[in-house]
Design a binder for this molecule. Structure first.
Ligand SMILES: N[C@@H](CCC(=O)N[C@@H](CS)C(=O)NCC(=O)O)C(=O)O
Length: 246
């Protein structure tokens, strides 16, 4: 029996703590694999110091050229490996723990990567709203950090990302239109519960991660869940067995 993997995630004021789409992808991946893990909660301003302390690789570059660090990160005491970035973590889990469900059935890595790009493209118009409302469910130190960094990157106040009224209605309608393409892809999966039909995979970690973020943070989830014949509500319900927060 292996020791639990340490999974670093960002807490919130929500009852189950977990909210972030990127870290939900890893939580789904860990639960789908059935690998033992335990979550350690890290506020936004503490991510960089943690990453440097445990030797987690950066995932990008800041405006000033210095490395940037993000969650999810995992620290596997069984191998001594520390891995950053949700996609790389999923690859690591399949390679290191070949038992249980396979996250990437043979030959599907490029397709799963493309699936995420297509999904984000589809719902892109509602991401500013999602970011804005996420700010309000964070703990004070993360909220402050999130507001300053996101307002700097958008060049406007959080409250102006997707203001209620005509702008938000248009963003929401565009998201529905964009997601129609993803609905079309899934309608070709033979009628199974998962992206690949009856085979669960990391594509479900990805779709589940983005949808769970919307479900947990957005008061309009009921409307969203009903789009495209109720596909999204049903889909997230089907993923419930893999949504434990451990
Ligand atoms: N491509 C990365 C993106 C991760 C990411 O953007 N994580 C956000 C939380 S959702 C983060 O940790 N941001 C740190 C910051 O803003 O300083 C992944 O999939 O792991």
């Amino acid at each position: 029996m292996s020791s639990p993997i340490i999974f670093y995630d960002i807490p919130s004021t929500l009852s189950g703590n977990a909210w972030s789409p990127n870290t939900w992808k890893t939580r789904y991946a860990l639960n789908i694999k059935g690998v033992p893990y335990k979550t350690e909660w890290v506020e936004y301003p503490d991510i960089e110091a943690l990453a440097k302390k445990i030797g987690a690789p950066p995932t990008g570059t800041k405006g000033d050229g210095s490395p940037s660090f993000t969650l999810p990160i995992i620290n596997d005491p069984n191998t001594g490996k520390v891995v950053s970035d949700s996609f790389l973590i999923a690859e690591y889990l399949d390679a290191t723990y070949p038992g249980g469900n396979t996250l990437f059935p043979p030959g599907t890595k490029p397709l799963i990567a493309a699936f995420e790009a297509g999904l984000i493209g589809g719902i892109g118009s509602i991401l500013p709203l999602q970011l804005a409302i996420s700010c309000y469910i964070l703990n004070p130190s993360s909220e402050k950090y999130f507001r300053v960094t996101r307002e700097a990157s958008f060049g406007k106040k959080i409250e102006e990302f997707s203001p209620a009224g005509a702008q938000r209605d248009a963003d929401w309608a565009k998201g529905k239109e964009g997601l129609a393409a993803v609905d079309g892809w899934l309608s070709n999966n033979g009628g199974g519960k998962f992206v690949m039909g009856n085979t669960i995979s990391y594509a479900d970690g990805i779709l589940g991660g983005w949808l769970t973020w919307i479900k947990l943070t957005n008061g309009e989830w009921k409307d969203f869940a009903s789009w495209h014949g109720g596909r999204w509500g049903t889909y997230v319900t089907n993923l419930q067995p893999f949504a434990a927060v451990l």
